[in-house]
Design a protein around this ligand. Sequence first.
Ligand SMILES: [Fe+2]
Length: 170
Amino acid sequence: MTQTNARALFITGIKNAHAMENQALSIMKPQISRIENYPDVARRLEQHIKETEGQIARLEDILSRVGEDSSTFKDWALSMSGGMAALAHTAASDEILKNTLANYAFEHFEIAAYKSLLALAELGEITTACPALEANLKEEEDMAEWLDANIRGVTLHFATLSEAGEKAKV
Ligand SMILES: [Fe+2]
């Protein structure tokens, strides 16, 4: 593969990651506003929203370095569909569980995306982008790990609240 073609694949991948991170924001933000009974989850989501905003800035920086203008991205539609996905869970009494599973899946999607982008960065010899991509990857792995460690606790807390008749509350 020529370096020009490899760079084109890389740039498309970075744009997709930019859309993915905006989707992540639109999934997490509505969750925080509804959580009352799971303050640890709310705090961790709050932290990851800040991290995600930093990740978006890193991606925009990478794009400007390869000569792309990030303000022209057409990822608004994707970002909306993420909002719809989170919305779909709000009617369920087990909303906190559904969101926990969805967040776990989404973090792993993001981890795979950054591993793929690192491979494309090497292929296109755009290795200056690697530290920023590795920083994003590390934050996704940390978030996935936190979710993994909390699936059991959140589920048991949900079960206790459910029995106490508080199942309608998140
Ligand atoms: Fe993430």
